[in-house]
Design a protein around this ligand. Structure first.
Ligand SMILES: [Mg+2]
Length: 125
């Protein structure tokens, strides 16, 4: 199982990569939406994207729209927003654009494992 972790904050990338590693996932990291699109081209077998919203260059929402616009990624991989943008309008906007779940920062490993289960992904370890 492979996870793409997209966040402009290094501490979040490192923390999420460690948590996903403990859940049995190989972690690929990107710092913005543009890098994430490049990562998806390199790793089309990614099972889940853990996606920040607010990032420079290309934000998480614009990445999500671009990803779901690709025929091979219309429903795969799963996308879990990991963000402080937790107002209902933002959540509904992301879900309408193809996000599968939402995690509010700050988060812990139990929350991550719970959301993975909610989108049908078991801990792989
Ligand atoms: Mg950010």
């Amino acid at each position: 199982m492979k996870a793409l972790i997209v966040d402009d904050a290094k501490v979040v990338r490192v923390t999420l990569a460690r948590m996903m590693g403990q859940l049995g996932y190989e972690a690929v990291k990107a710092e913005d939406g543009r890098q994430a699109l490049d990562a998806m081209a390199e790793h089309p077998d990614v099972d889940v994207v853990m996606l920040d919203w607010n990032m420079p260059v290309m934000n998480g929402y614009d990445f999500l729209v671009a990803l779901r616009g690709m025929a091979q990624h219309a429903t795969h991989p799963k996308v879990i927003m990991v963000t402080t943008e937790t107002g209902m309008p933002s959540m509904l906007k992301a879900l309408a654009a193809g996000a599968d779940e939402y995690i509010m920062k700050p988060f812990d490993q139990d929350m991550v494992a719970g959301k993975l289960a909610m989108v049908g992904l078991e801990a792989a370890g």
